[in-house]
Design a protein around this ligand. Structure first.
Ligand SMILES: [Fe+2]
Length: 328
């Protein structure tokens, strides 16, 4: 654990430095705001202790610069003052705690532990909040899309489920799975801007209608690119109708040049579309769906991914069909 100590009083500085060093902390001790600014953005500190009155400036100016930079390190003021106004001002400006002079050196460890724990909890709370707001917004977007065409209702969710299963079979990490599933959920979000007469048309589309329908990958990608954290998802959506042989759209990417998660979605999207009952088609068997996919292996679909997908669906099914163990 690395501590930055900014204190111009020599006796306090040496006492705190010695105590922290003897108790397993790495401590950098400095006397001025200028010296502190030289190191604080260069090195990674876990906590800062800072006197309010320093030889060249006030500790407040160090605090302000750190908070302006969005560096989220616990900042503890060391002060001999009992002035409530100073305490309130410090808290308003983002100080986390106070160490009042005179103090017992033993209190330092408690203050360090308490403030680092608080920051961690704060971080978890903020990130889970952000995530749940984002997920709610995404669910609302998908509901809006599916409200346009009740026959495709559930398609995005089912595609995301299959993508999750294939991701697991490929050994993706949790964060990678999150990106893949979000992309699968949102892959057709661009259809939200598509005219109903094209979206719901049962007969095959005319050339100009087909060209308009193809735009959904670009529209979807543009919608999602507006969300800062989801740039990768926007790219995956853009390429989910590319073909392995390079004859897909919108960019005609070929083979491995197509993002991996787009290649996954291409397969599971096709499988779900064949298997589900829609206004324009009946539900087809698993065997029929596999035959259709295999026909296009290496042309539309990545052959290696397709093989893993088929094997994974078959083994999931055989697991389901295994008789339950009889326990006596
Ligand atoms: Fe699509």
């Amino acid at each position: 654990m690395k501590v930055l100590l900014v204190e111009d009083d020599k006796v306090s500085r040496i006492a705190i430095y010695r105590y922290l060093s003897e108790n397993g902390f790495e401590c950098i001790s400095l006397r001025s705001v200028k010296n502190a600014l030289d190191v604080v953005f260069e090195q990674a500190f876990d906590i800062i202790f800072c006197d309010i009155n320093l030889e060249d400036d006030s500790g407040f100016s160090l605090l302000e610069k750190i908070r302006e930079s969005l560096l989220d390190i616990p900042f503890i003021f060391i002060t001999a003052s009992n002035d409530d106004d100073i305490i309130h001002e410090a808290l308003d400006k983002g100080a986390d705690d106070f160490l009042r002079k005179p103090f017992h050196l033993e209190n330092l460890q408690t203050i360090i532990k308490r403030n680092i724990e608080r920051k961690k909890i704060d971080f978890i709370r903020r990130s889970s909040n952000k995530e749940s707001i984002l997920l709610h917004a995404i669910k609302a977007l998908i509901a809006a899309l599916e409200a346009k065409d009740s026959y495709t209702s559930g398609h995005s969710l089912q595609v995301a489920r299959y993508a999750h299963m294939l991701g697991e079979a490929l050994g993706l990490f949790a964060e990678e799975q999150f990106i893949l599933e979000l992309s699968a959920l949102l892959h057709d979000i661009g259809k939200i801007g598509m005219p109903d007469n094209i979206l719901k048309k049962e007969a095959s589309l005319q050339d100009d209608e087909y060209n308009l329908a193809k735009e959904h990958v670009i529209i979807g990608s543009k919608i999602i690119t507006e969300i800062n954290d989801l740039q990768e998802v926007a790219t995956i959506i853009r390429h989910h109708h590319e073909r392995f042989d390079g004859k897909g759209y919108p960019d005609g990417l070929k083979g491995d040049a197509i993002p991996l998660y787009s290649r996954i979605i291409t397969i599971v999207d096709a499988y779900e579309t064949i298997r589900a009952k829609r206004r324009y088609s009946d539900q087809q068997s698993m065997g029929y769906a596999f035959e259709e996919l295999i026909k296009h292996s290496g042309t539309q679909f990545d052959p290696e991914l397709l093989e893993v997908f088929i094997r994974m669906i078959r083994s999931t099914l055989s697991l389901k069909e295994k008789p339950k163990l009889q326990i006596e």
